[in-house]
Design a protein around this ligand. Structure first.
Ligand code: 5GP
Ligand code: ZN
Length: 117
């Protein structure tokens, strides 16, 4: 976590309340809010309140925080859908990551296809 990351990062700004977001659930260490460009009936982003660039960095730095994110994702899927969901971490630009504050996509609310590449 650094002051620079917080100032430049849109998800840090959402966590800080400096940018609006449709927050659907929170935990002490994580926040869940609706994706601005939903790809499914339920498309929620789960982010840690603390800035980490991607899931690779987070898994090494703080696995308990990663577990907290997963628990919140599961809670969201239970509250907004029927508890069945896909949880996606895009890690790196070639994998489709565009915001470099780690986030899990909770995708749910429909029968999902499978064409990840
Ligand atoms: P990535 O491509 O990094 O895995 O996912 C970034 C996601 O963040 C995209 O699905 C995009 O629609 C979403 N997103 C980008 N900017 C904002 C924003 O300002 N607010 C919200 N709620 N979602 C955003
Ligand atoms: Zn951030």
């Amino acid at each position: 976590t650094s002051v620079d990351a917080t100032q430049d990062c849109i998800f840090c700004k959402i966590v800080a309340g400096q940018l609006p977001a449709d927050v659907v659930a929170t935990s002490e260490r994580s926040l869940a809010f609706r994706d601005i460009d939903p790809q499914a009936p339920v498309h929620v982003l789960v982010v840690p309140r603390e800035h980490h660039g991607d899931v690779s960095v987070l898994a090494a730095a703080d696995p308990a925080l990663l577990a907290d994110m997963v628990a919140l994702a599961d809670q969201v899927a239970g509250e907004l859908a029927d508890g069945q969901y896909r949880l996606i971490f895009n890690s790196g630009p070639r994998a489709g990551q565009s915001v470099f504050h780690v986030h899990g996509h909770v995708i749910s609310g429909a029968q999902l296809g499978w064409s990840p590449a």
